[in-house]
Design a protein around this ligand. Structure first.
Ligand code: 5GP
Ligand code: MN
Length: 363
């Protein structure tokens, strides 16, 4: 192993105690078959963290497969290893076998099995086996608040960190393997940190984030190219969709510094909207002066009886709390979401009620 000096090694808190670290190292060493899983509708951090771990595991000569619950956006298809990702919704039997027979399962960017939706039951089953000692060893790497107690054999969960990929940078440092990190792995880690922070425009004020980036640059990443690959890949239809939603659909709630955009499946069909075309649109109304909260409510494309809520805020407005109280979801303070079985009309009514409950925080 080549030596690499992590400038942040001395300042970072330990992610794991010595015993956990020892166990983790031993489990990695002994594992022949490894799987990495993440949450439904994987975003850049979910893909970045699972693909980074897969690149790492493969570099150690292990068989490793990433299994995602559902499709991931087209703008992440270029990521190293993305073409080998197994989709649970397409190949559930193959994925079940893979997970049940793995020696080691990495659970990335999710703190509870339910976040994997259809893949949740087999993740729970593996976790049950893991705790009785006759299944895969399970390691969670996450940055969401309050991971499910007892889920996975080892939990490395750091809500103060900007992305699961940041947690993995620290873990690489802790394991003394930064010098061995490939450009592909570093590229995945940068992608996750970049996407979870809106290209370092929010949730990214901790100086150590930039020490992580410095380390990734030293591993050879091309950060400008990664930015373009992720953010400048819009289809003409996506540009038209943005125009339509901002012009015709954005509603500003009077006196609330709140914006609401809705999108139905009928509109999706009319406008030729593809999955992923809506990505990031929820952030746009926050560019309006004084805006504090932005919501994007859309009918679920695969299960139209469900409506999805996507919330973004600035400063102290707690999107995760609102989402947990009203929309059966959760997430982070400034970016959260949820999903309810209801009509669009009911969803909008529910959102208006939620906003009026939080009126004092929105003025
Ligand atoms: P997005 O708006 O991009 O779909 O989600 C933003 C964040 O909210 C996600 O990173 C995730 O942390 C959280 N989130 C989204 N949907 C749900 C959900 O249904 N349940 C929970 N607990 N969190 C969600
Ligand atoms: Mn994340």
């Amino acid at each position: 192993m080549s030596f690499y000096f992590c400038t942040f090694a001395s300042t970072m808190e330990k992610l794991l105690n010595d015993e956990q670290l020892h166990v983790l190292q031993e489990k990695i060493e002994k594992a022949a078959r490894v799987a990495c899983v993440c949450h439904v509708n994987p975003d850049g951090d979910a893909m970045g963290s699972t693909l980074a771990v897969a690149a790492w595991m493969k570099s150690l000569g292990k068989e490793c497969r990433v299994v995602v619950p559902t499709r991931f956006p087209d703008f992440l298809q270029w990521m190293p290893g993305a073409s080998e990702v197994l989709r649970y919704d397409k190949s559930p039997d193959e994925a079940d076998t893979l997970l049940r027979t793995a020696d080691l399962v990495w659970v990335c960017d999710m703190g509870e099995p339910s976040r994997a939706l259809g893949m949740g039951p087999v993740v729970s089953e593996c976790d049950g086996m893991a705790h009785s000692g006759n299944g895969p060893f399970m390691v969670m790497v996450d940055h969401h608040i309050a991971p499910m107690p007892g889920f996975c054999n080892i939990q490395v969960s750091r809500p103060e960190m900007c992305a699961t990929c940041e947690v993995l940078c620290h873990l690489a440092c802790l394991l003394g393997r930064v010098g061995d990190m490939s450009k592909a792995e570093a590229t995945c880690l940068y992608t996750g940190m970049m996407t979870d922070t809106g290209a370092f425009t929010y949730a990214s004020a901790r100086s150590v984030i930039y020490e992580c980036i410095s380390m990734l640059l030293a591993r050879g990443i091309d950060k400008d190219r990664i930015y373009r690959k992720v953010f400048w890949t819009y289809s003409p239809n996506r540009m038209r969709l943005v125009g339509y939603l901002l012009y015709a659909k954005m509603e500003l709630l009077p006196g609330m510094n709140t914006s609401l955009i809705t999108l139905t499946n009928k509109e999706r069909r009319t406008l030729g909207v593809k999955n992923g075309d809506t990505e990031g649109i929820v952030n746009m109304p926050l560019q309006i002066r004084g805006m504090r909260l932005s919501a994007f409510i859309s009918e679920d494309t695969e299960h139209p009886e469900y409506v999805k809520f996507s919330l973004r805020s600035v400063d102290d407005f707690p999107c995760n709390e609102m989402s947990a109280r009203f929309f059966g979801g959760g997430g982070h303070k400034n970016a959260a979401g949820g999903r309810m079985r209801c009509t669009m009309e009911e969803a909008v009514g529910l959102f208006r009620r939620a906003v009026s409950e939080y009126e004092s925080m929105l003025h």
